[in-house]
Design a protein around this ligand. Structure first.
Ligand SMILES: [Zn+2]
Length: 373
């Protein structure tokens, strides 16, 4: 053997000795040979999960030090090509054996530490069924939705069906069919948002009246809760988007007394049997005659308080007998059928019931506010 190769081999030997010294701390994780059999009992390792993971990282560092790309052993391997052809394969073999002597041990320890870590982890993650459960935080329905459902329940029990209608409407459904022709002054307080294609967001749920009559034909009883839009500047009592419930009944021989009775029964069921109603003449293009309905304040029972601004009465909404022109627009004979319609503002009612200072709170999605209901 040339003195050159002998020198290289001596270097390899000292690298391996250094490895053995560094490896000593991992020796206890090696398999044991008992009666000629390789056995390992990882439970004897006696480490915490974190300690075992640290050992595994240290082992990986040692592997890099021993056989990594920048290791001394790798530097020696690069010299294989430089020794004489007669000595080349012997030297190469020697380095390979040196390497395997270390990597075999590393692989064994790594595998044993891994199984120990898996075992520890599954112990930690095992469910202790005796522990009290952590109750997930449950949400609840929005106050407007809660009120809407109560209103729906009341009317459904009076024989009404719940209708849904589109929020984007043509001019016909939003205005013309409701007896509000173009240039009619009633269009301006109900001004809404328009698209360039001649469509608009509905400014009232009355649009569903038209759809319902077209689809169902009288006799019919429907309520239509839903979102409506107006070109309003938001303030404490206004919002460009709000919720209404529209009610419509068309049958033979319906008159004003039926409407008064229906609204009175509704507020009694919602606010209590002692609730009184009063009706004031009003004007809406799609009803004739029209009236505003008020109910006695649920807080002071009519005596006068801050909520009802001292009057003892709270506004319920607009209503009236369906205008013959509206019936005609959908091809219903007003001499045969008559009906009444009413509209209630859900948000305003909600704001009063919970005594909100600002109706916009209902739409800000602030959990601190919503949690209170
Ligand atoms: Zn009051």
């Amino acid at each position: 053997m040339s003195s050159e190769v002998a020198g290289y081999r001596a270097q390899a030997d000292s690298i391996r000795e250094a490895f053995e010294r560094k490896f000593e701390r991992f020796a206890r994780f090696l398999n044991k040979r008992i009666n000629g059999e390789n056995v390992v009992d990882v439970t004897e390792f006696n480490l915490s999960l974190e300690e075992a993971q640290a050992e595994l990282r240290a082992l990986s560092d040692l592997e890099t030090w021993y056989v990594g790309r920048k290791s001394q052993l790798s530097a020696l391997k690069k010299l294989i090509g430089k020794v004489s052809p007669e000595e080349r394969s012997g030297f190469g073999q020697y380095l390979l054996l040196t390497q395997i002597a270390g990597t075999d041990k590393i692989a064994e320890v790594e595998s044993n530490l891994q199984s120990y870590i898996w075992k520890k982890r599954s112990e930690r993650e095992r469910v202790d069924v005796t522990l009290p459960g952590r109750r997930p935080r449950r949400g609840h329905l929005h106050p407007i939705t809660q009120l809407r459902q109560r209103i729906e329940d009341i009317f459904v029990s009076m024989g009404y069906a719940v209708e849904d209608g589109p929020e984007v409407e043509t001019d016909f459904y939003n205005f013309t069919a409701l007896n509000i022709p173009e240039l009619h002054p009633a269009r301006s307080p109900q001004d809404t948002f328009y698209t360039t294609g001649g469509l608009s967001l509905r400014s009232q749920t009355s649009t569903v009246q038209v759809h319902a009559m077209q689809r169902r034909r009288p006799p019919l009883r429907v309520i239509a809760p839903g979102r409506v839009f107006r070109r309003d500047t938001p303030d404490a009592t206004h919002n460009p988007m709000f919720f209404q419930v529209e009610g419509l009944l068309v049958e033979r021989g319906v008159q004003m007394g039926h409407l008064k009775g229906t609204l009175s029964e509704f507020v009694r069921r919602l606010f209590g049997a002692g609730t009184r109603t009063r009706f004031r003449p009003s004007y809406f293009p799609f009803t004739e005659p029209s009236m505003e309905a008020d109910y006695s304040c649920f807080k002071c029972n009519g005596a006068g308080c801050r909520l009802c601004k001292g009057s003892g009465w709270i506004e319920l909404g607009g209503s009236g007998m369906v205008h013959p022109n509206v019936l005609r627009a959908i091809g219903i004979n007003p001499d045969e059928f008559s009906g009444f319609a009413f509209g209630l503002g859900i948000d305003r009612m909600c704001g009063l019931m919970y005594e909100l200072d600002d109706i916009r709170l209902l739409f800000e999605n602030d959990v601190r506010f919503l949690e209170q209901f």
